[in-house]
Design a protein around this ligand. Structure first.
Ligand SMILES: [Zn+2]
Length: 291
C-alpha cells in the first residue's frame, strides 16, 4: 500500500510517501507560506499530492483543532489565517478519490511516538512537547484519548501557579508560562542578553552558575507538571519532545526531579526523549490508516 502522508504546520509542510508500516521511501519539506491562509495551503497540498498518481490513502497531520471524524478544522489561530472550517477530508477525497484521514498535529505526534518511536513498547503513555507553548497527547490502552471535543491534552494550560503570569488562553498561572522553552529563554535573557535560544544556553551552561540556577528552576517547573500527570494517569512512559528536550541534560534533570515529586507506587514510570523529533507528526499521520 502506498501512503501519502503530510504534516502541515505554520512554518512548513513535511510530506512523504510511505508503506503502511511507516517505511518512508521519500521525504520532503516545503515552506507552508501560512500567511497566505488556509485556502492557499489546501491548494498547495493538492498540487503536491497530484504529483503522486498511484497513492492508496492520504493521511494528514495538521496544526489547529481537528474534527478527525469529519476531517475538518474546527479552529485554527492566526498562524494560519482563514484555516478554521477548512474541509480537508471532503475536498481531498473529492479530488483524489481515495480515503483521507486527518488528525491534529500534536495528537498525530503522540501516535507517531506510540507506533514508531520512543513509546513503541508502551500501551499507556503521555507525550508532551515543549516549545513556544506546551502541547501533548494521551495514549490509553494503545488508543488516543481525545475527550469530548477532541482537544484533550492541553497540558500547557494546567494551572501550576494560581494567580500567576497571564496566559494567551485568557487565564493566568498556566504551566506553559513557566515550563515552555519560551519561559526558560525569558529567564535566561535576564542573566545575559545573549542567551536568546536553547542552543546558546547549552553552550554557555557549564561556565555560568547563574544560568545553571535558571535552568534548574525551569526543570523544576517542567517536573511539577509531569508529576501531576503521572499521578492522574499512572503511565508506563512520559515522552518529552521539542528542541530543548533533545539535550540529554534536560531529560536527566527532569527525570530526577520527577522522582522527587511522585509517590513511590508511581516510580516505575520512564521519562523518555522523543525519538522521532520533528518527524513525529508525519509518522503519526501514517499510523492513521493502521486502524
Ligand atoms: Zn493558559
Amino acid at each position: 500500500m502506498k501512503v501519502f502522508a503530510a504534516d502541515i504546520g505554520g512554518t512548513n509542510i513535511k510530506f512523504g510517501i510511505s508503506d503502511e508500516m511507516g517505511n518512508f521511501e521519500e521525504f520532503h519539506e516545503t515552506d507552508s507560506e501560512s500567511d497566505k491562509g488556509g485556502p492557499f495551503i489546501l491548494k498547495k497540498l493538492e498540487t503536491i499530492i497530484s504529483e503522486y498518481p498511484n497513492i492508496d490513502v492520504i493521511c494528514i497531520s495538521t496544526a489547529g483543532q481537528v474534527d478527525s471524524e469529519e476531517g475538518y478544522i474546527i479552529y485554527a489561530n492566526d498562524n494560519i489565517p482563514n484555516y478554521t472550517g477548512t474541509k480537508i477530508k471532503q475536498k481531498l477525497e473529492e479530488r483524489f478519490q481515495v480515503p483521507v484521514m486527518v488528525e491534529n498535529d500534536v495528537n498525530a505526534a503522540t501516535l507517531g511516538e506510540h507506533y514508531f518511536g520512543a513509546g513503541k513498547k508502551y500501551s499507556n503513555l503521555i507525550f508532551l512537547t515543549y516549545g513556544t507553548g506546551i502541547g501533548g497527547g494521551i495514549v490509553i490502552n494503545s488508543g488516543l484519548y481525545k475527550g469530548l471535543n477532541g482537544v484533550a491534552g492541553e497540558f500547557g494550560h494546567m494551572v501550576t501557579h494560581p494567580g500567576g503570569r497571564s496566559c494567551n488562553c485568557g487565564h493566568a498561572g498556566c504551566y506553559e508560562r513557566y515550563a515552555s522553552t519560551t519561559a526558560l529563554v525569558k529567564e535566561a535573557i535576564k542573566v545575559n542578553s545573549e542567551y536568546k535560544n536553547g542552543r546558546i544556553l547549552f553552550e554557555k551552561m557549564a561556565h555560568d552558575i547563574e544560568l545553571q540556577r535558571v535552568f534548574d528552576n525551569w526543570t523544576e517547573e517542567v517536573a511539577i507538571g509531569i508529576s501531576n500527570l503521572i499521578h492522574i494517569f499512572n503511565p508506563a512512559a512520559v515522552i518529552v519532545g521539542g528542541g530543548i528536550m533533545e539535550q540529554n541534560l534536560s531529560v536527566i534533570k527532569v527525570s530526577e526531579k520527577v522522582q522527587d515529586y511522585i509517590m513511590d507506587s508511581f516510580s516505575d514510570v520512564k521519562i523518555l526523549k522523543s525519538s522521532l523529533g520533528n518527524k513525529a507528526g508525519l509518522y503519526g499521520a501514517v499510523s492513521l490508516q493502521m486502524k
